[in-house]
Write a protein that binds this ligand. Structure first.
Ligand SMILES: [Zn+2]
Length: 399
């Protein structure tokens, strides 16, 4: 950065409303630190020179790049297929540069890096259990106020391409990504300085659970047992559901798009029991009933399996408790799924799979459509309170 540019930056920093009370060089330091501006040097009160280097990313969230495009001749839809056959090693493979940087920075000098023998008292599995749990919690558990929405329904259809992921809902406004700041001693023609580098850390890093059975077991109970899960039912649409997108599996299956219609009428229980059995038997994804395949909650249970579901202690559901007469004629294809109906459907699944559940939270939202003059249904609840009371009495109390 040229001296003129630095001067301009100084001025900009000093004018920044938060820094009006501090002097120019102090303002520059604060400003550069806040924005992690690279190639600008500043000297702190102890005379140590600092600068920011590029961020360090030591994890990859996606595997199997590059993708290949595939056109289904029948539907003219384009799908993305991994170029390389899936190998476990490709999953979350650390970027070699960032990873090397991190390990050289934190590895134990006296013990030759990470290779401790199992009998060494410093071996992680010889730590007292409560200490080991504490370490696992740092990697696996979100802060108290955070809720996780797992998004396990994915598609390789190019238009809506998505991979398994999760979203975090935080009741506090600020939701800064976890990070660490690495310090490197450097030298240039003006002498020594410290380069700061921002190490991005994933909010949840479960990669260590693949190292051995013991860590997998400990990790699973912490990952599922100590995080809180939320499933919002809003956003699903009537008729064509955005989640009911096709997926290309290739082979005999080709383009897969089962019917997302949920159980209804006289066969409700029969269908629900069939769905529960599919999850218990870990039925392959392509053979799942359409509504299990496309419903985020049952599909999540199928993905993690009954054993992990039994660890979960906190579940939250949110959405509109629908009381208006919903049809394409009345509303167009724009109404979200009804929270009450969803929960009625989920109740047998919760009873069956969530043996360790301690807290079930429901956030019902007002049905705005009921004020718009759309008729209510005879025999159905007329208010949010009534809808929720019925739900609690008929379904939730059984849990
Ligand atoms: Zn509607």
């Amino acid at each position: 950065m040229s001296p003129e540019e630095v001067e301009a930056l100084k001025k900009d920093a000093a004018e920044h409303c938060n820094y009006v009370l501090v002097d120019e060089s102090e303002a520059l330091e604060k400003y550069v630190n806040e924005k992690r501006i690279q190639k600008v040097y500043w000297t702190n009160s102890n005379g140590i020179r600092y600068t920011w280097g590029p961020d360090v990313i030591n994890f990859a969230t996606k595997y199997s790049k590059p993708w290949e495009s595939h056109m289904n001749g029948k539907t003219n839809r384009k799908f993305l297929i991994p170029n390389e056959k899936f190998r476990r090693q490709l999953l979350k493979k650390p970027y070699s540069k960032g990873y090397a940087m991190m390990t050289t920075h934190v590895s134990h000098k006296t013990k030759g890096g990470w290779r401790l023998s199992r009998s060494d008292p410093h071996h992680i599995l010889n730590f007292p259990p409560e200490l080991l749990e504490l370490i696992c919690r740092f990697a696996l558990v979100l802060p108290e106020e955070a809720l996780i929405t797992p998004l396990v329904i994915t598609t390789n259809w190019k238009r809506h391409f998505s991979q398994p992921r999760f979203e975090i809902y935080n009741r506090h406004e600020k939701n800064e990504d976890p990070h660490e700041i690495l310090r490197f001693n450097r030298k240039d023609d003006k002498g020594k300085y410290i380069q700061l580098r921002y190490l991005q850390v994933p909010a949840i890093d479960a990669t260590f659970m693949r190292t051995c059975k013991t860590l997998h077991q400990i990790g699973s109970s912490i990952l599922y047992g100590q995080n809180k899960f939320i499933f919002p039912t809003e956003g699903r649409k009537l008729g064509w559901q955005p989640s009911a997108v096709p997926c290309w599996f290739g082979g005999d299956i080709g383009e897969h798009r089962p019917s997302p219609v949920r159980p209804h009428g006289e066969t409700w229980w029969k269908e629900v029991n069939a769905g529960i059995a599919q999850i218990q038997q870990r039925t392959p994804v392509t053979s799942l009933l359409g509504w299990i395949y496309y419903d985020p909650f049952p599909r999540f249970i199928h993905t993690i399996g009954p054993q992990n579901a039994a660890h979960i202690k906190s579940l939250t559901f949110s959405g509109v408790a629908r009381i208006h007469d919903c049809s394409i004629l009345n509303c167009g294809p724009r109404c979200p799924q009804d929270l009450v109906r969803s929960l009625r459907l989920y109740t047998p699944f919760i009873q069956q799979f969530f043996k360790g559940l301690q807290t079930l939270t429901i956030y019902p939202l007002q049905d705005d459509k009921s004020d718009e003059g759309i008729s209510l249904i005879l025999g159905r609840p007329k208010s949010l309170a009534e809808a929720m009371t019925r739900l609690l009495e008929r379904s939730i109390m059984r849990i």
